[in-house]
Design a protein around this ligand. Structure first.
Ligand code: HGY
Ligand code: MN
Ligand code: MN
Length: 411
């Protein structure tokens, strides 16, 4: 048997990235591929075509995860892949590169080594980004049986469509969501772009993730009083936007004072009624708080909530919090991590251990399946932006190590 797996070339990765990256790309740049939307369907069809061309067994599960399977002597399965959906105006690599690397690795192993000992499967996970519905990690939670039946009608998009109806629109049967559960998975390996700048600054071509950060997301609603912008004295106002601005600024300072890797982001705002000449009476905005230590994450969340209540009380504003997600930090599986480290060493690729500041399917998958992640560099650390870029050379190096790791796990 070959002593290492197939070598994936920069040209192969560049072609794949170019082909997938144009699907959902907007005229001004950036990709919109939200779960179950037309671009999402087109991207999956393209991946399914590549899977069929590689003579993999192609299957879609009940929530829309797309699998390409190489049957082994054993039905126990090694799974690799990432998510096919994007953030709004996202880049070509977040999620997509993990799917394309999995494709290049699995088809390369099939060509070079034929039938594996354990079955080897690639997956385009249907949703990770929480972009259209707040059903974060929908694909992975379908696989692990972590979707609650009430979610099918509870999650709605900006147009009020339920996730169940969006599933029906693309031919899925939401009431069969439980059919997505898998019990045959012995390992999950996800290649992903770092989305930060550590590898780029350190000139290291590969990261192997130790821990993925915890995420705590909630909506803040502030209710003040709409008033006339011209006749209402400043000292008599109950201006919801001023309360929100003070809250956002002070929570940012609170988290910045904790220091790296604590981060907090107020990504979206909704100011009502939204007119030049009306004092805003109603503001909603998002809080995305992250820390790789669960106790620190929870303490910061409590401190932020208290700060908001103090500001609202001082300003005579009503405040409410709706928790959108509270995801644990997750350590990667030691033996799968060791497989990745050994594969990188056999491929003579320099790597470094990392903590992921981004959330990933792997942090949920790891709660039910031995899981580990490979990172490849993001130029200038840019991501969740049309400026996202990973060189074909770095992409090919990562895919080659992925293939070698899969060889070690499945052959
Ligand atoms: O938000 C994240 O970290 C991931 O990209 N969904
Ligand atoms: Mn992302
Ligand atoms: Mn991602």
């Amino acid at each position: 048997m070959a002593d290492v797996g197939p070598t994936i070339t920069p040209a192969e990765m560049a072609d794949l990235v170019e082909s997938l990256g144009t699907i959902g790309e907007q005229p001004g740049g950036g990709i919109i591929r939200h779960v179950y939307d037309p671009a999402w369907c087109a991207a999956r069809e393209q991946v399914a075509t590549w899977m069929r061309e590689a003579s993999l067994e192609v299957r879609e599960d009940a929530v829309g995860n797309l699998f390409g399977r190489l049957e082994g002597d054993s039905p126990r399965t090694i799974l690799t892949g990432s998510h096919i959906d994007t953030v709004i105006l996202g880049g070509r690599y977040d999620g997509g590169l993990g799917i394309l690397s999995a494709l290049a690795a699995v088809r390369g192993l099939k060509q070079h080594l034929g039938k594996p000992r354990k079955s080897l499967e690639m997956v385009a996970l249907c949703e990770e980004e929480d972009s259209r519905f707040h059903g974060n990690f929908w694909g992975t939670r379908g696989i692990l049986g972590l979707i609650g039946p009430e979610e099918l009608e509870a999650h709605t998009d900006a147009n009020g469509m339920t996730i169940a109806d969006a599933m029906r629109e693309v031919g899925l049967a939401p009431d069969r969501f439980r059919d997505s559960v898998r019990t045959d998975l012995d390992a999950f390996v996800e290649l992903h772009i770092e989305q930060g700048r550590i590898l780029f600054d350190e000139h290291v071509p590969l990261g192997i993730v130790d821990t993925i950060t915890g995420l705590y997301r909630f909506r803040v609603t502030l209710e003040g009083r709409t008033d006339h912008a011209g006749t209402t004295p400043m000292d008599l106002r109950r201006d919801a936007l001023q309360a929100a601005a003070e809250f956002a600024t002070r929570m940012t300072r609170l988290v910045a004072d904790v220091g790296r890797p604590a981060v907090v982001t107020n990504g979206w705002w909704d100011v009502r009624p939204g007119a030049w000449n009306i004092v805003p009476g109603h503001v909603e905005f998002s809080v995305d708080l992250r820390h790789p230590d669960e106790a620190i994450k929870q303490r910061l969340a409590a401190d932020i909530r208290q700060l908001g209540q103090d500001i609202a009380a001082q300003r005579g504003i009503a405040i409410a919090y709706d928790i959108a997600s509270d995801v644990l930090p997750m350590a990667m599986h030691p033996s799968i991590k060791a497989e990745l480290q050994a594969a990188a060493d056999r491929c003579n690729v320099k790597w470094m251990p990392m903590v992921s500041g981004a959330g990933h399917d792997s942090q949920v998958m790891a709660s039910g399946v031995p899981t580990a992640m490979l990172f490849v560099p993001s130029v200038d650390g840019r991501s969740h932006s049309a400026a996202e870029y990973t060189s074909p050379e770095d992409a090919a190096r990562g895919a080659t190590v992925l293939a070698e790791a899969l060889r070690g796990l499945a052959y």
